[in-house]
Design a protein around this ligand. Sequence first.
Ligand SMILES: [Zn+2]
Length: 491
Amino acid sequence: MASYEMVVGLEVHAQLATESKLFCSCPTDGFGAPPNSRICPVCTGQPGVLPVLNRRAAELAFRAAAALGCRIAPLSIFARKNYFYPDLPKAYQISQYELPFSEHGGLEIRDKEGHTQRVRIHRIHMEEDAGKLLHAVGSEKLDYSLVDFNRAGTPLVEIVSEPDIRSSDEAYAYLTALKEILQYAGVSNCNMEKGEMRCDANVSLRPVGAEKFGTRAEIKNLNSSHNVKLALDYEFARQAEILDSGGRVVQETRLWDAERGATASMRSKEEAHDYRYFPDPDLLPLHADAAWVERVKASVPELPAQRRARLASEFGLSDYDAEVLSADKDLGDYFLAAKPEKAFAKTLSNLMTSELLARLNAENLPKAEAQGKIKPGILAELAQVVAEGKISSKIAKEVFARLWDGKMAGPDAHGGIMAAIEKQGLAQVSDEGQIKAWIEEALAANPKAAEDLRGGKERAAGSIVGAVMKLSKGKANPALVNRLIKEAVKA
Ligand SMILES: [Zn+2]
């Protein structure tokens, strides 16, 4: 099997983050709502109705194209893709075919070692979603099907990559990068559990070193990045076995069955002419005014790769920290809202990637809620006093927990965070008398270490320092502890 190379192209459908559907004013919040409660004559294909393009959807679609470095066409055409299926009320889907609104872009993917590679994007077009068939109600299987049109007419962009992907890991990295970009740009929420991002994969194999592509299978029903990876690995093994035994891979559409962990043949692949595409006579050609396109381009915010680079250069963060903080826009926004100085940016990043992320995960909160729990400016102050050695990182953890749990008032105008920490009795102890008393106690409790230390073995100091920190509940000033221990054993 090692003699084959996987060639993969991905088609990703992403739901545009609009409030209403692509060609009518029905709301797009139908996920989980009662069936057929978000429908009208337009999105259910009643006779005599006319579609009207949602301007916001077009804006977001064009923004996606700009964020993915695609060329934007001044003129694009909506086309009817004809097929009969009960989830499609008009018996055609409004899509774009010959003239999509954008083509020829790409994005960078990174592997675990940080190597980057470009995956080209062939085209992006707008289209409407279909409805959803239900074959069961709760656990009861039906011997008929029900149809829910809440999703019908929901605005989508279909993002078609070139076949530049060579492994299931690369496919996973591509989906991760694409999702980050679309979320950053505010184009789509990309919540795969809600079906806001779905993926089909074209997979073929060719002998390593060969130029010519093999016959491909299209895998449908991939509703998570994890399933994409599993399905590609399965498909690689299946096609390799066919080729090894001298057989031919059939061009077909296969369905991924997550429960069985296998793909199964669904139908022989349609050719485009099976869909009898033609321009939709109910919709005008879409002319993208140059000034409007410029405004859309200008609305693309800083994207993940740019932010990652900025966090490293402007704040001196490591590649790893910059990666973690830029992977989620809300997390990066928190860091930037804290406006850390370079001197304590690393400490702030540590507090965020350890304490903050741990609490968000433990309480299953979205990253956006972090600002409501602890204001970024306050966490920055905490990071600063840690970096300046005013409190230990152990106390910082305790302060963090109290701030998060609302057990400690945030610092106010009087005195900042140190005053608040002192009020809680968590401030560092620099009282020499108190520290000397702890040292005496620690020496008495650790006679072996005390003897070693008096005999000049300086390494023994560590256990005494540890004992003093324990006695002081982490509050003793470490520099002072070190100095006073030396004095104590000399005496
Ligand atoms: Zn509608």
